[in-house]
Design a binder for this molecule. Structure first.
Ligand code: HEC
Ligand code: HEC
Length: 282
């Protein structure tokens, strides 16, 4: 949910606290802007693949509901460049694979990019630029105000070091643009004390008598319920829901690549922490 929506929600709850929270999170909008991709061995191959092929084969080429895996499939990996060009230009009649004869001279770039996805060059499996992704993570979309990677960043939201470990690029992108609305990690609450002050934060602990909130800056607030005039829960997750609109496709790819790279860097740790996460969920 956007801050504007938060503010609306806050009005309904007549809570000033949420405005404060928004101020902390920041209302800064990230302009959607196309960034030039770095020069790549496959020329416009990646761009074409993402716009014409990924809808069926997935951004990482590993297949989807409408088309098979052409990245890790041995059958496809074994095909020669000529053979691949022929299939792509001519399609596979009688199946869902259309003919892309119109690609013309870009055809060889698409094949080159497909080869990259097949893992000739490990780093090329990343849909974007890891370094730029890192800059974004700690930069204008403010991910690091809530999330940490390898211990650096905020702690109000889940640690993301191992997040990319067993997920495809598509799944990671999905998690960023369509965050879980489940508030698995505790909802936000605005409380009003009897002396008229308002506070907001994430619910970290609650029992019949007391309530513990954590503010975005990490500080914990402990209240006795008897000293509260009232409290209201915010239904939505703290994770902004509008990154699909505020980040460009390139920026999302860069962030996804960064999350994939950190998972790869810390594979064993990631596997371990993933396991504990899963156990906690149960
Ligand atoms: C509308 C969905 C769709 C789109 C778009 C699409 N494909 Fe396919 N593709 C398929 C399906 C379905 C098959 C499986 C055909 C079969 O059964 O042999 C396939 C097969 C292939 C194969 C052969 C796999 C093998 O080894 O047998 C290649 C290579 C391939 N696609 C590449 C591409 C490329 C490159 C693009 C973009 C330029 C693309 N496809 C776009 C649906 C699609
Ligand atoms: C205002 C705090 C905040 C900001 C800013 C934020 N997130 Fe989140 N994010 C969260 C919270 C809280 C969750 C947990 C969602 C829930 O409530 O279940 C989450 C969930 C996620 C998840 C899924 C984690 C999991 O284990 O399921 C990913 C991935 C993620 N965020 C990535 C990002 C990225 C990338 C950015 C920056 C573009 C970002 N987030 C910015 C708070 C934030």
């Amino acid at each position: 949910m956007t801050c504007a929506e938060n503010i609306r929600a806050a009005r309904i709850a007549s809570g000033l606290g949420f405005l404060l929270l928004c101020a902390l999170v920041g209302t800064q909008r990230v302009a959607s802007q196309g960034q030039n991709s770095p020069p790549s061995a496959s020329g416009d191959g990646q761009q074409i693949f993402e716009s014409r092929c990924a809808g069926c084969h997935g951004l990482d080429g590993r297949g989807g509901e409408r088309a098979p895996d052409i990245a890790t499939s041995e059958k496809t990996q074994r095909r020669s460049e000529d053979e691949l060009s022929r299939i792509i230009a001519g399609g596979v009649p009688g199946t869902g694979m259309p003919a892309f004869a119109s690609l013309g001279s870009s055809l060889k770039n698409v094949v080159a990019y497909l080869r990259q996805l097949q893992g000739k060059d490990d780093s090329a499996k990343f849909p974007g630029d890891v370094k730029r992704g890192r800059e974004l993570f700690y930069g204008k979309p403010r991910c690091s105000e809530c999330h940490a990677i390898a211990g650096s960043g905020g702690f109000i939201a889940p640690e993301l070091s191992g997040f990319g470990a067993n997920r495809s690029a598509d799944q990671i992108r999905e998690a960023i643009v369509k965050p879980a609305s489940t508030n698995r990690f505790g909802g936000t609450m605005i409380v009003k004390t009897r002396d008229g002050k308002e506070y907001s934060g994430l619910v970290r602990n609650e029992d019949n008598f007391s309530l513990q909130l954590q503010r975005l800056d990490g500080a914990f607030l402990l209240f006795q319920k008897s000293e509260l005039a009232g409290f209201s829960r915010q239904p939505d997750s703290l994770m902004p829901a509008d990154y699909g609109a505020t980040l460009s496709r390139d920026e999302l790819n860069d962030l996804v690549s960064f999350l994939m790279s950190t998972a790869r860097g810390a594979k064993t740790d990631a596997a371990k922490s993933k396991k504990t996460d899963d156990e906690e969920e149960e």
